[in-house]
Design a protein around this ligand. Structure first.
Ligand code: F42
Length: 329
């Protein structure tokens, strides 16, 4: 099992870089940086991390094919790869429809957009040139001055069966937004189908569980901390996913109202019930977390990405993961 850590650059980039260095010292293999236009810019953040770390791989998790041309994105990733001494990772996904619409960008044909962006990235990475005539992107004649001397790993953020199948055919890894083995059974099935159709084997893929993670010496504190994020995930999840975890429509509705009225106090105090936290996060003591990670490993997961809320503080959570979780694996 490998370990990754997710940061959203909501604060100045040096803060994210500082925590990334802690994560590197703790033994994490990857730092993954989220991409939302209203946060600090993803590539500036990755650059700052590159300067302040030595070993950890630095990935976009995930950028999208809509906000900028994949040729431009490739150039940003190649530059970060150069600055970091070969540690950049290209993570891409469909992006968020509501956010893109809010800035006047049409969110259409996500499967084709992601697939073609990955193919353009690969072509530039391998040859420094790209002539591409796709159904979504047309690149008549692109050339980059400097490309990396090695093949940069490509990861796709995927949940739906078609995106998962496509990722398995195209990518080196997949970032699945899920924390429970019950969600990995169908995901792994789709990945295996996609890999087989492309003549690949499932074992070639790094299957990352992009989890909501909350760790504390005291179980109740860890769970309390996870309730808001788990509740928000439940509200955003399709009904068939909630059914899979035995979450009743009334529960979803009640949480939706708490989210809408920003009643985070009630959410934390148990308004988001335990079975929702169980379904949508890895939350508990270090022993609980190890047990849940073990179960995900058995379900086919090969990387755990520890995402929000992490714990009491980022520093405390990283220390606990370093001392009591990573050594177990
Ligand atoms: N989104 C962000 O905006 N920023 C982030 O930092 C971010 C991080 C992130 C990390 C991990 C992760 O897994 C996802 C993350 N996301 C982030 C969300 C990501 O950008 C995507 O929104 C999310 O992963 C997309 O989910 P999905 O794999 O389910 O794909 C969507 C598009 C979907 O509906 N897929 C369906 C499927 O079965 O896979 C198929 C949809 C389909 O067939 N579409 C048709 C087509 O042609 O593409 C069009 C259908 C039509 O009606 O037009």
């Amino acid at each position: 099992m490998k370990f990754g850590i997710e940061f959203s650059p909501e604060k100045p980039t040096y803060e994210v870089a500082y925590y990334s260095r802690d994560a590197e010292d703790a033994g994490f293999h990857h730092v993954w940086i989220t991409d939302h236009y209203n946060n600090r810019n993803i590539y500036s953040t990755m650059t700052d991390i590159a300067y302040r770390t030595n070993r950890i791989l630095i990935g976009s998790a995930v950028t999208n094919p809509y906000v900028s041309s994949p040729v431009w994105t490739a150039s940003a990733i190649f530059t970060i790869d150069e600055i970091s001494g070969g540690r950049a990772v290209f993570g891409i996904g469909a992006g968020d429809k509501m956010t893109l619409n809010a800035i006047g960008i049409k969110w259409e044909r996500p499967l084709a957009a992601v697939k073609e962006a990955v193919e353009i990235f690969r072509e530039l990475n391998e040859t420094k040139k790209c002539k591409y005539n796709g159904t979504f992107f047309n690149v008549p004649n692109a050339r980059v001055k400097k490309n990396p001397s090695h093949r940069i790993p490509v990861y796709v953020g995927a949940q739906g069966p078609k995106m998962l199948q496509m990722s398995a055919a195209l990518a080196d890894g997949v970032l699945v937004n899920a924390s429970h083995p019950r969600d990995f059974d169908p995901a792994v099935k789709a990945l295996k189908e996609g890999a087989a159709q492309a003549g690949r084997t499932f074992s070639e893929l790094d299957v990352a569980a992009y989890t909501s993670f909350s760790i504390d010496e005291k179980q109740d504190k860890a769970i309390k901390k996870a309730r808001i994020v788990a509740g928000a995930i439940a509200v955003g999840s399709p009904d068939f996913v909630l059914e899979r975890h035995g979450i009743e429509p009334e529960t979803k509705e009640a949480i939706r109202e708490m989210v809408a009225s920003q009643d985070f106090k009630t959410m934390k105090e148990g308004g988001v019930p335990d079975h929702v936290v169980e379904a949508f996060s890895i939350a508990g003591t270090p022993e609980d977390c190890v047990e849940k990670i073990d179960a995900l490993g058995k379900a086919g997961v090969t990387q755990i990405v520890t995402g929000m809320p992490l714990g009491k503080s980022k520093t405390d959570a990283i220390k606990l993961i370093k001392k009591e979780v990573i050594p177990h694996f």
